[in-house]
Design a binder for this molecule. Structure first.
Ligand code: GRF
Length: 234
């Protein structure tokens, strides 16, 4: 049976699309059972419907508390077969902190992508903050989610150069291209049961050595990307 996934989005959903595309291409043995959003107009919901994936959306402002909103999401996820020891929850541009109660409902099974090399530049504007800081290397991180924002154990990171003429938009676009490689790769490991958490460290069984780009498209990912997840495959 394909590994059950749910994806939570608040916006464009390009990372959701990258995972949908890799599932369709046969690179990830998983099934997205439902896409949830706190923004009923999120374009990510359209991407899901275009692939006949079930969607659920309610403005979080409809609920009396963060706990009440999260409890409703847990109910919807359980209804779609995502539960303790069953499947995983993938945050793809979901702009809400999750409650401890939500995280306890899916232990070691909630992952997130962040557009910076954690632990640098956590928060909602990771790529822009890195550009403003003047870093020479920027990047993105996929990590397990814990109760602290952008803090849980790191699964994979990709680094890309920040160029002298970069603005927020150009740097974010260079990072996003690698997000679309490392997130499907991490989800594929998750679906294959190849990830284990040992304190702050994530072990990836059978991980490849780091992947390197070239002069035309420089990047570094660690662990390495497997065939089917490289930037030229995007
Ligand atoms: C990405 O930059 C991701 O790293 C961050 O939010 C953005 C979502 O983009 N968490 P998209 O909605 O997947 O296009």
């Amino acid at each position: 049976m394909p590994f059950p996934l749910a994806v939570l989005v608040s916006g464009s959903g390009s990372n959701l699309q990258s995972i949908l595309d890799k599932i369709e291409a046969g690179a990830i043995d998983a099934e997205i059972r439902v896409v949830l959003s706190n923004k009923p107009d999120a374009y990510g919901l359209v991407r899901a419907r275009n692939r006949n994936v079930a969607t659920w959306s309610r403005p979080h402002t409809d609920f009396p508390s963060r706990q009440a909103f999260d409890a409703e999401m847990v109910r919807v996820l359980n209804d779609h077969g995502i539960a303790v020891g069953q499947g995983a929850v993938v945050l793809a541009g979901f702009m809400r902190m999750l409650t401890p109660e939500f995280l306890r409902a899916f232990p070691q099974a909630v992952v997130n992508i962040h557009p910076a090399l954690l632990p640098s530049f956590p928060g909602t504007h990771g790529a822009a903050d890195a550009a403003d800081y003047g870093v020479r290397l920027a990047g993105c991180s996929v990590h397990f989610v814990d109760e602290i924002m952008d803090h849980g154990p790191v699964i994979i990171q990709a680094a890309v150069p920040a160029l002298p003429d970069d603005d927020h938009k150009s740097l974010a676009a260079r990072i996003l291209k690698l997000e679309h490689c490392i997130y499907p790769q991490a989800v594929s490991w998750l679906a294959q049961g190849r990830l284990s958490i040992d304190g702050r460290h994530v072990r990836v069984s059978g991980a490849h050595p780091a992947s390197l780009g070239d002069a035309a498209q420089p990047y570094l990912t660690s662990p390495g990307l497997e065939p089917g997840f490289l930037p030229q495959d995007v």
